[in-house]
Design a protein around this ligand. Structure first.
Ligand code: COA
Length: 348
């Protein structure tokens, strides 16, 4: 065939464009067995069960034993998620691992999960967005499925905080909050009305040093000095009230963005799964969204704040206990260091 500009045109056969998005086909979680009560912490530094419960709602958290890393927790959660999805490790064609507490400085935990599960040579991403890291990984996994690149994506959030906390009076504000754990989901493509309907993510580095862990730091020569250790720069710190205020505002706002985008009201939601930052933060978000606490789930009482693992652990608990039923609308939201924050909407 001859075209007006004189070049041959090859006709491309019309193709049917298929619109996939992600369905969560399996969930899993793992908490290490060692339970640490508030009263156990009160033996190490100046705090009390009463203060911790009143300010955070936390009663206990889980800590790993020596030699167990976040990749180990991630693998346990992943095995359960794969089993629930009816998949074998060999079916996975991409791993997205979110953690702020990797086993080593490098490599990240993605390759460790890949090796321990024996998902041979599949790409393993590492995502370091702290608490909202799971939602960042979920959006990336969904995007990779939507563009047709992968058919079975394992998304994991895992943290071992307990080995990086300051168990002295200096660190008590942070130390009482955090716990260890992991959660995972399997994503597969679907053309149906169920699955991940929306994700919205945001970051703003303006407050990067208001909720952070400064060391080891490549700005320093060397990265880690005994002075940094003495000054506690290797432990996470935060400005508690600033973090509280931003967590409530930004999680509420991103939830409202998703509701507007999908043209649904908060009353149509069956479940809200907020990041388990602090029970007071969760209650304030529920109030802002005007959703009753009966629909706003929490397990922070038992596990504390497990950062990137908190939403997938909660999701797995509510799926396995059948609180979440087919067709339910679920809104997730998280906030953390950066600041970074986000939300996601699922039709189960
Ligand atoms: N036990 C006992 N007392 C403690 C304590 C602890 N573990 N930690 C701090 N305190 C003391 C403080 O030293 C302070 O004492 P002072 O009044 O004599 O100076 C007092 O308790 C109040 O501290 P403050 O920092 O004002 O508490 P707060 O009302 O801001 O509550 C948080 C602290 C951490 C519970 C709250 O700021 C918070 O929840 N922030 C958000 C946390 C969060 O979500 N982080 C993770 C985001 S992913």
């Amino acid at each position: 065939m001859y075209s007006p500009i004189g070049r041959a045109i090859t006709r491309i056969a019309p193709t049917i464009v298929r619109h996939y998005h992600s369905l969560i086909t399996g969930t899993g979680s793992y908490l290490p067995p060692n339970i640490v009560a508030n009263s156990d912490l009160a033996k190490k530094f100046n705090t009390s069960d009463e203060w911790i419960r009143k300010k955070t709602g936390i009663q206990a958290r889980r800590y790993v034993d020596e030699g167990v890393g976040s990749s180990d927790l991630a693998v346990e959660a992943s095995r359960k998620a794969l089993h629930a999805a009816g998949k074998k490790a060999g079916d996975v064609d991409c791993i997205l691992a979110a953690t702020s507490t990797p086993d080593f400085n490098s490599p990240g935990i993605g390759v460790l999960i890949q090796q321990k599960l024996a998902c041979h040579r599949v790409p393993a991403y590492d995502i370091h967005n702290t608490s909202p890291g799971f939602l960042f990984a979920l959006e990336l996994g969904d995007s990779l499925i939507r563009c047709g690149k992968y058919q079975c994506v394992l998304v994991v959030g895992a943290e071992v905080h307990s080995t990086g906390l300051d168990f002295t009076d200096r660190g008590r504000l942070m130390t009482v909050i955090f716990g260890d754990g992991a959660g995972a989901v399997v994503l597969e493509p679907t053309e149906g009305n169920h699955g991940l309907l929306s994700t919205r993510l945001h970051s703003d580095g303006f407050f990067y040093d208001k909720l952070w862990c400064e060391g080891p730091s490549s700005l320093k020569h060397p990265r880690l000095t005994s002075r940094m250790i003495d000054e506690g720069k290797i432990f996470p710190t935060m400005e508690g009230s600033l973090v509280f205020e931003n967590a409530v505002n930004l999680m509420s706002l991103v939830c409202e963005e998703i509701l507007v985008e999908k043209n649904i009201s908060a009353q149509e939601l069956q479940h809200v799964l907020p990041h388990q930052a602090n029970l007071r933060v969760i209650e304030a978000v529920a109030e802002r969204l005007n959703v009753p606490m009966t629909k706003v789930h929490h397990n922070i009482e038992h596990y504390g704040n497990t950062s990137s693992a908190s939403i997938p652990i909660l999701l797995d608990e509510k799926v396995r206990s059948k609180v979440i039923q087919e067709g339910d609308l679920i809104l997730m939201t998280s906030f953390g260091s950066g600041f970074s924050w986000g939300g996601g909407l699922i039709r189960w």
